[in-house]
Design a protein around this ligand. Structure first.
Ligand SMILES: [Zn+2]
Length: 330
């Protein structure tokens, strides 16, 4: 099945949408629910392209050259509207819904069999906006397809949820993300594996990390620190507070990278297999360091990092907690 070329993972969803195209059972309204960067936009774009292509190839593969495909690629398709929050607003109010959707649905499509409305951040719709949308969902014109994109389905009126087909996007597996990074960015497999491990199932976030020089610099600095740590004097360890203070805004990434490091130390101690490592580009260092720690010591280090991360998340003061963490490393 090639209809959804370019969409990473989500096989079951691709099959489901392809079957709807095959059997001509496309619904009037969908809710794509999943974390940011998981692939909801990409899936919506691929689905719309297959739906609107006027010269589809086998298995609804869009042709790529008809007027519909070309106008979609350039973002100017007259029968597709992307509805977004007004700039500066943190909710999606009634105005864009009323003006761009409710007030527009009765106009027949210009060049396609369908008219598609994609509502971004639909979970941020105000109750008024949802009520306005509900009227269209209750009696949609035959040619209308509405796709709501949302991080979560909580907060929707039950009457909305009962009129849409909810499709849940699960976080992507790390190997799917790593594969996409290699394929799209030409990234080395080792680097892709580390980035994927930190992405929490979001390809969008992984791509952001991959393109970030700040992330690469952070990782390089932290790798040096973790390599040197067993040989540092107590005063040097305590001075690492400066590193944590500088990277306070990126504490999630810092904690994840440290845990990844100790996870790999444990993995190497138990398997002696470099292929089992996620930070494979640091395999030589991991191998050398694995002999300087006992398994119990690494477990304790990992546990303390986790404890510090949890404490901060539960409201403990950052600087104080970091000082405590560093004191356990001496
Ligand atoms: Zn086409």
């Amino acid at each position: 099945m090639n209809v959804f070329t370019g969409v990473a993972g989500h096989e079951a969803i691709r099959e489901r949408l392809a079957a709807a195209l095959d059997q001509d059972t496309v619904s009037h309204a969908y809710l794509f629910e999943g974390i940011e960067g998981v692939g909801k936009h990409t899936m919506a774009r691929a689905f719309i392209k297959a739906l609107l292509c006027t010269e589809p190839q086998a298995q609804h593969m869009p042709c790529g050259h008809c007027v519909s495909c070309r106008t979609l690629d350039s973002g100017n398709h007259p029968d597709v509207s992307w509805i977004r929050r007004e700039s500066g607003k943190n909710s999606l109010g009634i105005r864009p819904i009323r003006e761009q959707l409710v007030g527009d649905v009765r106009t027949q499509p210009y060049q396609s069999a369908y008219k598609v409305y994609v509502v971004e951040d639909a979970d941020l719709m105000t109750p008024e906006a949802q009520n306005a949308l509900l009227k269209t969902l209750e009696e949609p014109p035959s040619y209308v397809v509405i796709i709501l994109l949302a991080s979560t389905s909580t907060g929707f009126l039950p009457t909305i949820l009962s009129r849409v087909i909810t499709i849940r996007f699960q976080p992507l597996a790390a190997d799917v993300i790593a594969g996409a990074l290699v394929e799209r960015l030409g990234m080395h497999a080792e680097q892709a594996a580390v980035t994927a491990a930190l992405s929490r199932g979001s390809l969008g976030y992984a791509l952001q990390l991959a393109g970030s020089q700040a992330f690469n610099a952070l990782r390089a600095e932290l790798t040096d620190i973790l390599t040197e740590l067993p040989h540092m004097k107590p005063a040097q360890v305590l001075a690492l507070a400066d590193f944590f203070e500088r990277n306070k805004d990126r504490q999630d990434t810092v904690f994840s990278l440290i845990k990844l490091w100790y996870r790999d130390l444990l993995m190497y101690r138990s398997t002696h297999d470099e292929n089992a490592l996620i930070t494979r580009d640091a395999a030589e260092t991991i191998r050398a360091l694995s002999a300087t720690y006992t398994t119990e010591e690494v477990l304790k280090l990992f546990g303390n990092v986790q404890k510090a991360e949890d404490s901060i998340r539960q409201g403990a003061q950052y600087t104080f907690t970091i000082d405590w963490l560093l004191s356990t490393l001496i």
